[in-house]
Design a protein around this ligand. Structure first.
Ligand SMILES: Cc1cc2nc3c(=O)[nH]c(=O)nc-3n(C[C@H](O)[C@H](O)[C@H](O)COP(=O)(O)OP(=O)(O)OC[C@H]3O[C@@H](n4cnc5c(N)ncnc54)[C@H](O)[C@@H]3O)c2cc1C
Length: 462
C-alpha cells in the first residue's frame, strides 16, 4: 500500500483526522488529496474593483483548498448538539461535546488563545425571545474570526506538512475497493491505502453522490434550507451580539407553521458571495480585528424544506431557486425590506440613499420574483417577530440579499464509527450529511482517527 491512511479533502474534517493521526500514531503514512490549493495560494479574484462578481474559477478558493469551506469563514466554533449537525446521533451526545471541546483546545493552542467563548447559559435574552414567540437555542461559541481562523490553519499546516503527504490541486476522481483496502484515482495516477477517510464537504457533494452510487452505499437527500441574508446597522442587534455573539433564534410561522431560523450571525461583518458547483449564493463573515470590522451586522434567515417521497432531489430544488436569482441578477440580488413590503424592486438609487451601506456589491432587484411565496412569507413574518426583540430589524432600509441556500449533502449511511458498510472506508464532515459546521466536522475527523488508531492497535495485539 502507498499509504496507511488516505484522506480525501483538506477541510476541517480532513485536517483534524490527519492532525490526530499524526499526533497519536507518528508511524502512520498519511496522504491527503485536496482538489484546491494550499492555504497561502488561496485567493479569490473578486477585488470589488476590476472583478466585482464571481468568474467561476476552476477551483473556487473560497470553498476549496487547505482549510476547506471554513478557511475564510467567520471561524465560529459552536459547541452544541442543538445545531451544526447530527453527529450525536452516531456517537452519543457526551462524546460529541467532548470532541468539540477537544478541537477547541487545539484551536486555542494554535493561535486562538484569547478568543472569547460566548454562551447562552443564564442569559435573560432567552426569556425575552420566548415572550415574543421566538426560541433561543442553547450553545457556547468560540469566535475565532476570519483572521485568527486563518492563523490557526497556518499553524496546523506548519506542524503537519513534513509528517503528512499533501497533494494539492489533486481531485480524487474515483475510489475503488481493492484487496486489503482502497485505491483512489487522481491526475497523478492511482494511490492505494489500507484505510480511507472521505471528507469532501459541500463542494464535493456531487462527487460523493457518484461514489455512493457506484459502491452501492445508501444515501438520502431530503432537506434544503432557503432564505436570505439580512444586513442592518450593528447597533440594532448589539444587545444580542455583545452578549452571545451568535444567537440562533427559531420562529414558527403563523401562516404555514414552518420553522424559520437565524443562521451564521456576523456582528460588524461583511456579506460575501459563495460558489457551490457554479451557482452563486450569499454568505457572510466577520473579522476579530477591529480595523476590518464594519458598521453592519449580517445573518441569514432560513426556512427548512423537508421533502417526502416521491421527490428526492432537495438540493436540485434549492439550486433551481438559486439559479433563478443568478439568471435575474447575474449573481446575488439585493433588496431593501421596505421595497419588498411595497412590492417593488430596489434600484441603485434607493439603495444608495438608504441608511444601510451594502458590504457586498450585489444587483438591486426583486426577491419576490425568485423566492417561493411560502418561504418569502415566512421570512417577512420572522423579520417582524425579530423587530420586537431588536427594534429596527423591520426598518425599510434593512437589506436582504438572496438567495442564501444551505445545501445539505445527502445523508450517507454510516454506522456508529462513521464507517460505511465497507470496513475501513469512513465518510465524515459535511460530505457525509452528518455534520454542517466547523466544530462538528472537525470533531468527526478526530473521532475516525481515533477509531483507526484503536483498531490498528487491536490488530497488532492479535
Ligand atoms: C463563507 C462560509 C462561512 C462559514 N462560516 C462558518 C462558521 O462560522 N461556523 C461554522 O461552524 N461553519 C461555517 N461554515 C461552514 C463550514 O465551513 C463547514 O461546515 C466546514 O468547512 C465543513 O468541513 P468539511 O471538512 O466537512 O468540508 P469542507 O470544509 O467543505 O472541505 C472539503 C474539502 O474537500 C475538497 N474536495 C471536495 N471534493 C474533492 C475531491 N473529489 N477530491 C479531493 N478533494 C476534494 C474541497 O476542495 C474542500 O477543500 C461556513 C462556510 C462558508 C462557505
Amino acid at each position: 500500500m502507498d499509504y496507511d491512511v488516505i484522506i480525501v479533502g483538506a477541510g476541517p474534517g480532513g485536517i483534524y483526522s490527519a492532525y490526530e493521526l499524526m499526533k497519536t500514531s507518528p508511524g502512520l503514512k498519511i496522504g491527503v488529496f485536496e482538489a484546491g490549493a494550499e492555504l497561502a495560494k488561496r485567493h479569490c479574484p473578486i477585488d470589488g474593483d476590476k472583478i466585482k462578481n464571481c468568474i467561476r474559477c476552476k477551483s473556487c478558493s473560497i470553498m476549496s483548498g487547505f482549510g476547506g469551506a471554513g478557511a475564510f469563514s467567520d471561524g465560529k466554533y459552536n459547541i452544541t448538539n442543538d445545531f451544526g449537525g447530527t453527529l450525536y446521533e452516531h456517537i452519543g451526545r457526551d462524546k460529541a461535546i467532548e470532541l468539540m471541546k477537544y478541537v477547541d483546545a487545539i484551536n486555542l493552542e494554535n493561535g486562538g488563545e484569547g478568543c472569547r467563548l460566548y454562551s447562552t447559559a443564564g442569559t435573560n435574552l432567552k426569556k425575552i425571545c420566548m415572550q415574543n414567540k421566538l426560541k433561543l437555542l442553547e450553545a457556547s461559541v468560540r469566535h475565532l474570526g476570519t483572521d485568527i481562523n486563518y492563523v490557526v490553519l497556518e499553524n496546523l499546516y506548519a506542524q503537519m506538512k513534513d509528517a503528512v503527504d499533501f497533494h494539492f490541486m489533486t481531485d480524487v476522481t474515483d475510489v475503488e475497493v481493492i484487496d486489503g483496502g482502497y485505491a483512489v484515482s487522481h491526475k497523478g495516477g492511482r494511490s492505494t491505502c489500507s484505510k480511507c477517510i472521505i471528507s469532501v464537504g459541500r463542494s464535493g457533494s456531487k462527487w460523493m453522490e457518484s461514489v455512493c452510487e457506484k459502491l452501492g452505499i445508501s444515501a438520502k437527500s431530503n432537506r434544503v434550507d432557503i432564505g436570505v441574508r439580512v444586513e442592518l446597522p450593528a447597533v440594532i442587534f448589539s444587545h444580542l451580539t455583545d452578549e452571545l455573539y451568535e444567537s440562533k433564534i427559531v420562529y414558527r410561522t403563523e401562516k404555514f407553521e414552518d420553522n424559520v431560523r437565524t443562521f451564521c450571525m456576523n456582528p460588524h461583518g461583511i456579506v460575501v458571495n459563495e460558489n457551490t458547483n457554479g451557482i452563486i449564493t450569499v454568505n457572510g463573515h466577520s473579522y476579530e480585528s477591529k480595523e476590518k470590522q464594519t458598521e453592519n451586522t449580517n445573518f441569514a434567515l432560513l426556512v427548512a424544506k423537508h421533502f417526502s417521497e416521491p421527490f428526492k432531489d432537495s438540493n436540485g430544488y434549492g439550486e433551481s431557486i438559486a439559479r433563478l436569482s443568478n439568471m435575474l441578477g447575474g449573481g446575488v440580488i439585493v433588496q431593501r425590506f421596505g421595497d419588498l413590503m411595497r412590492g417593488r424592486r430596489s434600484n441603485e438609487k434607493r439603495i444608495a440613499e438608504g441608511m444601510v451601506h451594502p458590504t457586498l456589491a450585489a444587483t438591486p432587484g426583486d426577491l419576490s420574483l425568485v423566492l417561493p411565496k411560502r418561504i418569502l412569507d415566512g421570512i417577512m413574518e420572522m423579520i417582524h417577530a425579530l423587530d420586537k426583540i431588536a427594534p429596527g430589524t423591520a426598518n425599510d432600509d434593512t437589506l436582504l440579499y438572496g438567495v442564501e441556500v444551505k445545501f445539505y449533502n445527502m445523508e450517507v449511511k454510516v454506522d456508529e464509527n462513521l464507517e460505511t458498510e465497507y470496513k475501513g472506508l469512513y465518510i465524515i464532515g459535511d460530505g457525509s450529511g452528518v455534520t454542517h459546521s466547523l466544530s462538528h466536522a472537525s470533531a468527526s475527523g478526530v473521532y475516525v482517527a481515533r477509531d483507526i488508531v484503536r483498531k490498528s492497535g487491536e490488530k497488532e495485539a492479535v
